[in-house]
Write a protein that binds this ligand. Structure first.
Ligand code: AMP
Length: 299
């Protein structure tokens, strides 16, 4: 099987209650591609400016990520700034500078267009739509989004939703889109808008998967040390889809396992800033956390 991921490669400026980090590596694609790389060899599509470090692209390559779909344009890389309060589930976007994303026309290379799984990571829904059209015959299409696009491009977002099988979003975003407070009702409403599975991420409270005849809850792997929650959602989605790509089937039991791996990979991401922890995890560390998670919820 094969997995294509479209998203942002970015610089993030992050403020937590104790620290501030300027222009560290971030972006929906960085986190999801690295998380997926523990299960498969994703192909990525993104745009970077002339200021983006080649070392990070080389790191992706060493982890088996195919970066032929990354284009470097003259100008500055996308830059996002976020601030966390004492509650790591609450974050405020301070600024979003699109920079080279402004004129980005994403193209799927010929071999990418034949991918079995396409992940439309968090970027402008008009770009997601464009990529969706270029994919030839995917077996599964998933998307993610954030409140900026729900507020600024709701029509395009609704059009993409119609064309996807899995929708990832956090609880706040799901409530915004559906106007429903109850997450089960909200999840079902989402299903009527296109996808067959809604994956509702709830930060440190885990995730709820809602399908037509299927519901599953996974807790977040409990971490004693939470340094920076940025990228947890993208890591969850990347591991989820990377696992499905490796499994090669999309049965309820595959979704359950995918969600458990999603929680595990997200737990590594939040233990440090940027991709510092995510970039180098052993297979044993992943399996140990999976077993620990199982132990925490079986009775
Ligand atoms: P997450 O914490 O999983 O929701 O993802 C955070 C990442 O999303 C950060 O590294 C940002 O660079 C990236 N991001 C934030 N806003 C946008 C946006 N409007 N478009 C693309 N990527 C974004």
């Amino acid at each position: 099987m094969s997995l294509v991921i479209v998203g942002s490669l970015a610089f993030d400026t992050i403020e937590t209650p104790t620290e501030r980090k300027e222009r560290i590596i971030g972006g929906s694609c960085s986190f999801s591609a690295l998380a997926a790389s523990y299960f498969t060899s994703p192909q990525i599509v993104a745009v970077i400016g002339d200021d983006f470090p080649q070392e990070f692209i080389s790191l992706l390559n060493r982890r088996g990520v195919d970066t032929r779909g990354v284009t470097r344009e003259a100008g500055k890389t996308f830059h996002w700034e976020g601030r966390y309060g004492d509650d790591p589930n609450q974050r405020t976007t301070i600024r979003t500078e699109l920079n080279v994303f402004q004129d980005f026309k994403p193209r799927l290379l010929q071999d990418y267009a034949a991918a079995d799984i396409v992940f439309l990571g968090n970027i402008d829904p008009e770009l997601q739509e464009d990529i969706r059209r270029q994919a030839q015959k995917p077996r599964l299409v998933a998307m993610d989004t954030i409140n900026l696009w729900i507020n600024t491009k709701p029509e395009a977002l609704v059009r993409v939703l119609k064309e996807v099988d899995i929708f990832f979003a956090n609880d706040e975003e799901v409530r915004m889109i559906t106007d429903e407070l109850n997450l089960i009702k909200a999840g079902k409403k989402l299903l009527s808008m296109g996808p067959s599975l809604a994956v509702i991420k709830k930060g440190e409270h885990g995730a709820l998967l809602v399908g037509e005849e299927f519901m599953f809850g996974v807790m977040a792997y409990p971490c004693e040390t939470v340094i920076d929650p940025t990228g947890a959602g993208d890591s969850f989605a990347g591991a989820f889809l990377g696992y499905l790509d490796r499994a090669g089937s999309f049965r309820p039991e595959d979704f359950r396992r995918a969600a458990a791996y999603g929680s595990v990979l997200a737990s590594f991401t939040i233990e440090d800033f940027s991709v510092e922890r995510l970039k180098d995890i052993s297979a044993q560390e992943i399996e140990d956390r999976l077993q620990a998670l199982r132990g925490l919820v079986s009775f």
